[in-house]
Structures are given as structure tokens and as C-alpha cells.
Design a binder for this molecule. Structure first.
Ligand code: OMP
Length: 276
């Protein structure tokens, strides 16, 4: 089964396009998990219990796992998400020269999809693209303030670099497994990129903590896809969901703390579904 087929099934089952970002910043973990063997895994398990009904996908960002205990926490997290029937998109933003990138692509043995960086060109992505059953989300127009520094630069042809990346993604999509990452903080670019690639699903981060445009994220982020029975795409929120308990009225109670994450995921699902 291809990634986008799996994702379409999950979107239908959960009636949701929400990607829940699992970015368990150790400095923000609540006291309930402090004494656990692997606090990040203990935290993620409770977050998954609270949010899985509303999750089309989980997106752990590798930055929060790149140490010995972190890799163990990540492995447990991926297996647990799969046990709940939710696919996992590993946000690793990888790519490198041949032998190195082949090794990076092995990260896909456990996850269902990955984010990659197109800066080094096609050969740096090939081992990911070759995995026809896995999703490969190529950074196109990112959500951060500096996203415009390079990505908006005009090429000699007059098109901005991010448009060229979108057009190349179409060329790289021989296995129908490519998606694009386009931030919700760039709604005009979202619309432009959608015109270039009508059938490539987007991962749209930047709603929630970064204040991006949820309506534009759904309107332009979802696409018809040959493998999918419903329009597919993902709108991600990380801190806005997993740390919602910090804002709750009784954050010192574990059930209230994690319940707030579930409520936040549910609210985002409902909000996004208004525009589907
Ligand atoms: O590839 C990504 O997921 C990504 C691309 C981008 O342009 N902007 C962006 O915020 N992200 C990731 O999406 C998540 C956003 O987190 P929140 O701002 O807490 O919702 C982080 O893991 C970011 O690394």
C-alpha cells in the first residue's frame, strides 16, 4: 500500500487532516513524566492516547530525539502510533551525497514518510524517492521568517526558486510518493504552488504557535491523488497541541493536562474540516 493510500484511509477513518507534531522539548515536559525511564516516550504515549482519534498522522521532529535515549523514545513512539492505526511522518529534513543519503533513507524502515531538503538536488533524494511505498515531503516554501531569504530568490527565468522546486517535485514523482512542505504563514505562495502542482499533497506546518492561515492551509494543501479515495494533505500543529495543557485551568492534574492536548487536536480538526 502506498503512503498516500494509507494516509487517505486514515483521513477518512479519523475524519481529520491534522498532523500532530510530536516535538517533546525536554525543558517543557510536565512533572508527571519526569521520573519515567524515557520521559519523552512517556510524554508521547500520553499525548497519543489523548489525540489519536483526531490525528491523520503523527510528525515527530528528529531534532527532539537525536541522542541515545531519544532514539529509543522515537522508536517506541512510532510503534505506539502504528498500534493506534496512525501513520508516522518523520520530520528529519534529510538529504546528502550518495552513500550518506542511502543511509539516511534507512530511517524510512520504521516511519511511513519523511521530510527532505532539495538543496543538494535529485541524487541526494533518490534513495528516498525509490521507496515507492513511503512518502517523501520536499521542503518547498517554509514557514519561518527567513524562508524568503533563498526560497523567494528569482531565477533567470523570472520564477522564484520555490516554484522551481515545486516543478521539480513533479518530475521526481515517478512513484507518486512525493509531497511538498509549504508553510501556512505563506498563504499566497500556497496558492501559487498549488497551481503548479495540482495533484501533489502538501504538508502545511505553521498553524497554531506560528499563527499561519488555517483556511488557506486546507484550501490549497489538499489534493486529489491517484492512490487516494479522498483529497489528501496534512496540516500540522505541534506546540499548540502537545503543550496545550500548560494553558489549562488545572495543569497540575495529569488528566486535565493531557485532556487539553486532546481538546486542542479536536478543535483544530473541526476548524480545518469547515474548509474541506
Ligand atoms: O518540515 C516541517 O514540518 C516544517 C517546515 C516548515 O516550513 N515549518 C515548520 O514549522 N516545520 C516543522 O513543523 C513543526 C511546527 O511546530 P509548531 O510551530 O510548534 O506547530 C516543527 O517541527 C517544525 O520543524
Amino acid at each position: 500500500m502506498s503512503f498516500f493510500e494509507t494516509l487517505a484511509d486514515r483521513i477518512e477513518t479519523a475524519d481529520s487532516v491534522v498532523s500532530v507534531g510530536l516535538d517533546p522539548d525536554p525543558s517543557r515536559l510536565p512533572e508527571f513524566v519526569a521520573d519515567a525511564d524515557l520521559p519523552r516516550w512517556a510524554f508521547n504515549r500520553r499525548i497519543i492516547d489523548a489525540t489519536h482519534e483526531h490525528a491523520a498522522c503523527y510528525k515527530p521532529n528528529a531534532a527532539f530525539y537525536e541522542d541515545a535515549d531519544g532514539w529509543r523514545a522515537l522508536r517506541e513512539t512510532i510503534a505506539y502510533a502504528h498500534g493506534k492505526g496512525v501513520p508516522v511522518l518523520l520530520d528529519a529534513k534529510r538529504a546528502d551525497i550518495g552513500n550518506t543519503t542511502r543511509r539516511y533513507a534507512e530511517a524510512l524502515d520504521e516511519a511511513d514518510a519523511i521530510t527532505v531538503n532539495p538543496y543538494m538536488g535529485r541524487d541526494s533524494l533518490q534513495p528516498f524517492l525509490d521507496r515507492a511505498d513511503k512518502g517523501v515531503f520536499v521542503l518547498c516554501r517554509t514557514s519561518n521568517p527567513g524562508g524568503s531569504d533563498l526560497q523567494d530568490l528569482e531565477l533567470a527565468s523570472g520564477e522564484p526558486l520555490y516554484e522551481r522546486v515545486a516543478a521539480l517535485a513533479d518530475v521526481w514523482n515517478g512513484n507518486a510518493n512525493v509531497g511538498l512542505v509549504v508553510g501556512a504563514t505563506a498563504p499566497e505562495e500556497l496558492a501559487q504552488i498549488r497551481e503548479i502542482v495540482p495533484r501533489i499533497p502538501f504538508l502545511v506546518p505553521g498553524v497554531g504557535a506560528q499563527g499561519g492561515d488555517a483556511e488557506a492551509a486546507v484550501e490549497h494543501g489538499l489534493a486529489e491523488h491517484p492512490d487516494a479515495a479522498v483529497d489528501v494533505g496534512l496540516v500540522n500543529s505541534s506546540r499548540g497541541i502537545i503543550f496545550a495543557g500548560e494553558e489549562s485551568s488545572r495543569p497540575a492534574e495529569e488528566a486535565t493536562y493531557f485532556g487539553a492536548a486532546g481538546d486542542s487536536a479536536k478543535r483544530l480538526k473541526k476548524r480545518l474540516n469547515q474548509y474541506r
